[in-house]
Ligand binder design. Structure first.
Ligand SMILES: [Zn+2]
Length: 216
């Protein structure tokens, strides 16, 4: 592939990024680089960085850029050498403006900088709060449920459904403040470079996906 499509997925918690990412991967056969996934893998290694990543995530903190960046590079390198990449969805980064610069340079190095789209699934703070407050997780298998007052146990494994601490109102507000401070400049950066695609995320899953396909 000459110029594979690189999609950088952006949006607040609750915007439905995971769902749209799955749909896009299925439809377009894209590879995936997720900072969350990379960190979860890395923390399984019992060494200084592995243990520190665990601690940081458990305390609701952000793993610092050089550590995350090293993991992206390793993954980009692996994909480049595989040689058959049609496109990549990048999720969970950039989380701040300096990561947007670094990511651009990394993509330039791998010669994947000709067809970059930042895809913003946009929802209001109010909508984000409403959605996240309803979100519950299976304590066993981590499946996500939207709590409707009816579902009480996980339909996959029967595990207890719980609310994550940072899905409670203070945690949500903290994450929204962080988004405004750190991620909005990233959005502006892609917008100025004419690489931003903004989608109204307050529509049905199907409609959001339709809009994404139309605008890509
Ligand atoms: Zn379960």
């Amino acid at each position: 592939m000459e110029n594979p499509l690189i999609i950088i997925l952006l949006g607040k918690a609750g915007a439905g990024k995971d769902t749209q990412m799955e749909l896009l991967r299925e439809k377009m056969g894209l590879d995936y680089i997720g900072s969350g996934e990379l960190l979860r893998e890395r923390k399984k290694i019992d060494d200084f960085t592995g243990n520190k990543i665990s601690q940081t995530i458990d305390n609701g903190g952000l793993v610092l850029t050089p550590v995350v960046f090293q993991l992206w590079i390793k993954k980009l390198e692996e994909l480049k050498n595989r040689g058959d990449v049609k496109g990549i969805i990048i999720d969970g980064s950039p989380r701040k403006i300096k990561e947007a610069f670094l990511l651009d340079e990394a993509l330039e190095w791998y010669e994947w900088n000709k067809n970059i789209k930042a895809l913003l699934i946009d929802i209001s703070d109010k909508e984000a709060i409403e959605r996240i407050e309803k979100r519950k997780y299976c304590s066993q298998c981590k499946e996500i449920y939207i709590y409707d007052g009816k579902v009480e146990k996980c339909s996959k494994c029967g595990g207890e459904l719980i609310q994550r601490e940072d899905d409670q109102i203070d945690g949500i507000k903290k994450r929204l403040d962080w988004f405004k401070k750190e991620v909005e400049p990233v959005i502006d950066y892609y917008k100025e470079g004419d690489r931003l695609i903004a989608i109204d995320g307050e529509q049905s899953i199907e409609k959001v996906f339709e809009d994404i396909l139309k605008k890509l």
